[in-house]
Design a protein around this ligand. Structure first.
Ligand SMILES: O=C(O)COP(=O)(O)O
Ligand SMILES: [Mg+2]
Length: 218
């Protein structure tokens, strides 16, 4: 079986919110501000760390002038502890291993900066599954602009089979890139499943491979 499958990272392959939450609260503590709860921070994930810092500042009434300094602080905390609390969702590693063994080429397209993404993939022993990793700073634009997803598929150089993601941003990216989209429903989505454009939705990684023959036959 051939074809290329690209995955999102946060909320799709890994539950990374606890480490993002910890870094955000360390950043707030550095500013003398009270912490935010996990659910609030999860609501801020999806458009990359600078955007998350913007939303955290707004939640704590911290002025725009501190954006760059706080983003640097957040990134320092995050890259110091990128994968202390993060874990792959159940079945992810065996799903990726099975897909690789079947001959699919796999890529990653995340809005997280590439350096911390690689740290996390290394720490969770997922790096070897991917032939390309596109981060939020790999191109001048990020998702929902379709260019990063297209760049990932270009690098894989075979039939563009599927993009797998968890969020509104991923659904829009796939739609704009005209790539079939699988919505993982246990990630950080805010919109009801029925309202997001998708080719199919799934809630467990041991069920993903069963959808692929229908895509190849399209
Ligand atoms: O870092 C984020 O905000 C989102 O990252 P993702 O694109 O891997 O979901
Ligand atoms: Mg995501």
């Amino acid at each position: 079986m051939t074809g290329a499958i690209v995955f999102d990272l946060d909320g799709t392959l890994i539950d990374s919110a606890p480490d993002i939450h910890a870094a955000a609260n360390r950043m707030l503590a550095d500013c003398g501000e009270a912490p935010l709860d996990l659910a609030t921070i999860i609501g801020f994930v999806g458009n990359g760390i600078p955007h998350l810092v913007r939303l955290v500042r707004q939640a704590r009434d911290i002025p725009d002038a501190r954006q760059d300094e706080m983003t640097a602080t957040m990134l320092a905390h995050y890259t110091a502890h990128p994968a202390d609390l993060s874990t792959p969702y159940p079945g992810v590693r065996s799903c990726l291993a099975d897909l690789k063994a079947c001959g699919y080429r796999l890529g990653l397209c995340t809005n997280k900066f590439r350096a911390p993404s690689m740290q996390i993939l290394d720490a969770l022993e997922l790096t070897g599954f991917f032939d390309v990793v596109i981060g939020g700073d790999s191109l001048p634009v990020k998702k929902p602009n379709p260019a990063p997803l297209q760049a990932a598929f270009d690098a894989l150089g075979t039939e563009r089979l599927l993009y797998v993601g968890d969020s509104e941003v991923d659904a829009e990216t796939a739609q704009r890139a005209r790539i079939p989209f699988a919505l993982f429903t246990r990630g950080y989505r805010k919109t009801p499943v029925a309202e997001l454009p998708k080719t199919f939705a799934f809630d467990a990684f041991d069920t993903l491979a069963a959808h692929l023959p229908a895509l190849v036959a399209r």
